[in-house]
Write a protein that binds this ligand. Structure first.
Ligand code: ADP
Ligand code: ZN
Length: 668
């Protein structure tokens, strides 16, 4: 929209967007959300990870008088959040338990003196009378409640301290509130609104689709080897997150990755706090580190260039899965969400639910969450359509998930299911015995193993009736019957028993369709989610022209050195997207550099010299003005520090000279 047509609030907001953040226009509903909050209204924002939630409160905080107070459960990340804002020239601070009293006091004084644009607070701080009185002494422009799903009691990230946040409105009725989350089933949505008293707020629900993430769910057979194949063939040198269910498997997996030459670190709640924090810092700050973690890891991690999220165990709910996989590709570049899933996962999760604390309602809710997750795993339809449907949204087959890329076949498994269920039934009825999947499959396949002979199972009428299917196919049948609740597991040994619904299949009143087991092979390289090339070069963004690659690499090296020198993560200096735009646009002046997305005033002042020098050093641009068009990048880069050969004749005579005085139109 033209600045002249905009309301005064939006004109201010657009100026801040450009001057501070270096962006040209708002995305999606950002503008409407910002307008609502700048105008003093409340908002509830549901937007997927990477959708651009932060600007929705940061810009109003910069436009309105006073300090924006951000409530966030992510104490360990507050320092990074504040660093990122400081790099943009925003005056930000935080108050949490990691500070000593002096640091805290300095922040409090700055707040009272009106010297802060944004103040991050842990929710438990806000409950104390001291903090509440502090807020009364300064001017609060808005309250932003980040990760608002933490208020949902049946959710996967419940934080009791969030329940107390309903008092914000009672104590400061005039201060607008904005609650934000990337978790968005209708139930969670309603719970957030009710618990935070946001029924009258304007609700903004964005599309939850993350088109750049390729979803893949594969049968698990040798998970570690499968993971290594994934990393080696598609994500060598990339930053990634690997989720495991237990601390032990986190340790084991991280150690094996390291053994195989991958730069991996473990992360789980059982580690000592120092090592854990150090591992998280390495993942955030360095390029290409893989973190192997329990789900304790990741909330609020806003590293934009995570290229893959792998699950080696089945997540407990679709919400959790979507939240975890959503940490991939926040920068909008292609990323992979990969899950290996097998029979043992179903058995284990069902057992966990059976043994869980809490009442029957709680267990039923856990079971319903698991069922939805299993249905996603076993679907023969587009994974994305399924995921979006779970969040109450519609989608078209996406062309960027495993089922779209290699359509899954389904088969009529009714007869196989009957054979399997009747084996379980006969063992129970004729022998009063219960067995696990292994023995039952051996019976079906007619294998005379020691255990089969010991129990005289070769005398059963069903012995050998299933010789037509292989072991992995039978395991698939068991897994899918469990997923469909046509079979259940019992006790510590995972013995199989019939359910109330099994009879319908045995009696021929219900047919069973199943997803055909396939040998997992990485989809071929033509789909959007895969990256061209192998090895280290695979980290280069896909749509970079060949000539710009060395320039991009030089900029990355400059960024790594700069970030290290300043003690901040590389992405706090510039995102990959910004470096890419620089590598293709080849700005030759400070003013040109200022027009690149992600380059605001503060970063321009700090980094212009370094960027322009780097470009000149690789010979992408001449050492001084005037400007050279982009074709210059096609020339082989000169040796660092050596000026490129002068052109025999000035070839660009008729190019209009760049107006060096051209000012940034947004600048006052
Ligand atoms: P979320 O908190 O919703 O996960 P972020 O606020 O971290 O998302 O934003 C994701 C990415 O998108 C960031 O790199 C951010 O700088 C970028 N971004 C946000 N809004 C805009 C915009 N209007 N124009 C360009 N980039 C944007
Ligand atoms: Zn699809």
């Amino acid at each position: 929209m033209a600045l002249s047509d905009a309301s005064p609030e939006i004109a201010d907001a657009l100026r801040v967007l450009h001057r501070v953040f270096g962006y040209d226009s708002f995305r999606g509903e950002q503008q409407q959300i910002i307008e609502q909050v700048v105008g003093g209204g409340d908002a509830l924002v549901l937007m997927p990870t990477g959708g651009g939630k932060s600007l929705c409160y940061q810009i109003p905080a910069l436009v309105r008088a006073g300090t924006g107070v951000v409530i966030s459960p992510l104490i360990a990340l507050m320092q990074d959040q504040v660093d990122a804002l400081t790099a943009l020239g925003v005056r930000a601070g935080f108050l949490n338990s990691t500070q000593d009293p002096y640091e805290r006091q300095a922040v409090e004084q700055a707040f009272v003196a009106g010297e802060l644009d944004l103040l991050y607070l842990a929710p438990e701080r806000l409950r104390t009378e001291g903090t509440q009185r502090l807020l009364d002494r300064g001017e609060v422009s808005l309250f932003a409640i980040d990760e608002a799903h933490c208020v949902a009691q049946w959710g996967h990230d419940f934080r009791p301290d969030y329940l107390a946040l309903s008092m914000l409105h009672e104590r400061w009725p005039k201060v607008p509130r904005i609650a934000l989350t990337a978790t968005a089933t209708e139930a969670t949505h309603a719970e957030i609104a009710a618990r935070l008293g946001l029924e009258d707020a304007r609700h903004f629900v964005a599309s939850f689709d993350r088109p750049n993430i390729q979803y893949r769910i594969v049968p698990k057979n040798n998970p570690l080897k499968q993971l290594l194949d994934l990393i080696r063939s598609e994500h060598e040198g990339d930053a990634g997150v690997v989720y495991c269910l237990s601390r032990a498997s986190v340790e084991k997996t991280a150690a094996s990755l390291v053994e195989h030459g991958i730069d991996a670190v473990p992360y789980h709640a059982g580690m000592d706090a120092r090592t854990r924090a150090a591992n998280q810092a390495r993942f955030l700050r360095e390029d290409g580190v893989v973190v192997v973690a329990t789900i304790a890891f990741g909330m609020g991690i806003d590293k934009p260039d995570v290229r893959f999220v792998a699950h080696l165990d089945l997540p407990k709910s679709v919400e959790g899965y979507y939240q975890e996989t959503g940490r991939a590709g926040r920068d909008g570049e292609p990323a992979t969400a990969w899950l290996a899933y097998g029979l043992q996962d179903v058995v284990q999760q069902r057992k966990l639910i059976e043994g869980s604390e809490g009442d029957e309602t709680h267990r039923r809710s856990l079971a319903a969450h698991l069922d939805a997750m299993l249905a996603l795993c076993e679907t023969v339809e587009c994974r994305r359509v399924r995921l979006l449907a779970y969040f109450g949204q519609q989608g078209e087959p996406c062309g960027n998930c495993d089922t779209c890329l290699t359509p899954a076949e389904s088969w009529d498994a009714t007869v196989a299911a009957q054979k399997l269920l009747s084996t379980v039934w006969r063992l129970a009825k004729e022998r009063r015995q219960k067995f696990g999947a292994g023995q039952i499959i051996d019976i079906l396949q007619g294998k005379k193993t020691a255990k089969v002979i010991q129990f005289d199972h070769d005398a059963l009428s069903v012995f050998g009736v299933g010789a037509d299917l292989g072991t992995s196919e039978w395991r698939g049948v068991v897994r899918q019957l469990l997923a469909l609740r046509l079979l259940a597991v019992e006790g510590d040994y995972g013995t199989l028993v019939l359910t109330d619904d099994s009879g319908e299949v045995l009696g021929g009143r219900r047919t069973v369709t199943m997803r055909k087991e396939t040998t997992p092979a990485a989809p071929s390289g033509k789909e959007p989610g895969s990256r061209s090339g192998k090895g280290k070069a695979a980290r280069v963004p896909v749509d970079l022209p060949a000539a710009a690659v060395p320039v991009f690499e030089a900029l990355r090296a400059w960024r790594a050195a700069t970030a290290k020198e300043q003690g901040v993560p590389a992405y706090v200096v510039f995102h990959d997207a910004t470096l890419r735009e620089i590598a293709t646009g080849l700005p030759t002046t400070v003013a040109e550099l200022g027009t690149i997305g992600g380059v605001g005033e503060a970063k321009l002042a700090k980094y212009a010299e370094g960027v322009l020098d780097t470009l000149a050093q690789v010979g992408a641009t001449p050492p001084a003005t005037p400007a050279v068009p982009a074709q210059a990048a096609a020339q082989p880069p000169a040796h660092a520090g050596v000026a490129p050969e002068p052109h025999p004749e000035p070839p660009f005579e008729d190019e209009p000279p760049f107006d060096l005085d051209e000012m940034d139109p947004w600048d006052e």
